[in-house]
Write a protein that binds this ligand. Structure first.
Ligand SMILES: NC(=O)c1ccc[n+]([C@@H]2O[C@H](COP(=O)([O-])OP(=O)(O)OC[C@H]3O[C@@H](n4cnc5c(N)ncnc54)[C@H](O)[C@@H]3O)[C@@H](O)[C@H]2O)c1
Length: 338
């Protein structure tokens, strides 16, 4: 297996990536860039982090790209900081794994898709859930015995709701919690049901945040399928999770459960069956939840296999988030346009 030398930019969520890669054979984080090194003070400081993780730290990401012979780079920065890094990596021919949410607006997201497509390189969005074994198996069943999805009911609620001054509410950055966190759910539904067409949503700022912090929505898909969903930051961290998704299909139904981001059980049945089938899967741990996504990315870098989630997939999930937000504000059904 060709070894992958990875560079990581941004050491917030990027630290989870550093830990995740330790679980993946044939891949190593050889360098990381963080332009706010004080961020690592709580971890014994810059040099201690470097030593502990056997990597070289840079403050300047371009310098890292010039000095290290990287096979790939992970851009673990917020939407506002992505464009310049994508240009830098793309112009140097370095394949990219790019964090979600894809962008803060559909317009800026479209521009980033075009930019990525201008490079002949693997560019994958970090959507861990669609790569987890339970979801991969469910999609296989939808393409096989269960037939196509007709209706779904999905839930992803968390106790975590950033304070009003956090960057997550900045319209120039994540542009709200629904886009920041729940693109994970919107992407999972698009992965299973195809291209979204329109959205109708209720919701609000229940916890007094500047933008909606929870939503109850229905998404219509081009295939004729529809999904109802609840998501947001109104859960309770100690008891969040459990039920993730029910889906009713041409030939039966399937149900996915597990702690919220980490599905480990798939129950499914054909409509005329006497008994359901229960399959259990390995779910990654919370802080290394991107394990399967990263494995898929490294395979794409090695073999030119298609990436697991394209920039277009990232844009679609953000377009759903924006349509949900707009529907809450206007009280109208909103077309998902991207
Ligand atoms: N996949 C997941 O489950 C998951 C979980 C949490 C966060 N995220 C996403 O990861 C992204 C990053 O989130 P975060 O919480 O770590 O954000 P953050 O702002 O806390 O951390 C990003 C770090 O990147 C650094 N940075 C920005 N531009 C840089 C550059 N050009 N060179 C070097 N360093 C640079 C910043 O100084 C900052 O320390 C967000 O888009 C977030 O939504 C994903």
């Amino acid at each position: 297996m060709t070894p992958i030398r990875l560079g990581v930019v941004g050491l917030g969520l990027g630290r989870w990536m550093v830990e995740t890669v330790k679980k993946i054979e044939g891949a190593h984080v050889v360098a990381a860039a963080e332009n706010m090194p004080a961020r690592l003070d709580g971890m014994g400081g810059y040099r201690a982090y470097e030593k502990e993780n056997d990597l070289k730290l840079y403050e300047d990401a371009d310098q890292m790209m010039d000095d290290e012979s990287l096979d790939a780079i992970a851009l673990a920065v917020t939407p506002k900081h992505r464009r310049a890094l994508i240009e830098s990596a793309g112009n140097r021919g370095i394949p990219m794994l790019i964090e979600k949410p894809w962008a803060g607006t559909v317009k800026s997201g479209r521009e980033l898709v075009d930019l990525c497509n201008s490079f002949d390189l693997p560019c994958q969005v970090e959507f861990p859930i669609r790569c987890m074994p339970a979801m991969v198996r469910l999609r296989e069943l939808l393409k096989g015995d269960l037939g196509k999805g007709w209706m779904a009911n999905a839930n992803l609620m968390m106790g975590w709701c950033p304070p009003p001054e956090a960057q997550h509410w900045d319209p120039e950055n994540h542009n709200g919690l629904l886009n920041e966190c729940y693109v994970h759910l919107f992407d999972t539904l698009a992965f299973l049901l195809g291209k979204p067409k329109s959205v109708f949503s209720f919701g609000g700022s229940f916890r007094g945040r500047p933008m909606p912090d929870a939503a109850a929505a229905v998404v219509e898909f081009e295939s004729g399928a529809s999904a109802s969903l609840t998501c947001g930051g109104i859960g309770a961290a100690c008891a969040d999770g459990g039920h993730l998704l029910d889906i009713w299909t041409e030939n039966g139904l399937a149900r996915v459960t597990g702690t919220q981001w980490l599905p480990d059980t798939l129950e499914w049945a054909l409509r005329e069956a006497n008994k359901s089938t229960v399959e259990t899967f390995h779910a990654p741990e919370r802080m290394t939840l991107m394990e399967y996504n990263m494995r898929a990315f490294f395979n794409a870098v090695r073999s030119s296999a298609p990436v697991a989630a394209t920039p277009e997939d990232g844009l679609i999930a953000t377009a759903i988030a924006m349509a949900i937000q707009e529907s809450i504000f206007t009280g109208n059904r909103v077309a998902v346009e991207c």
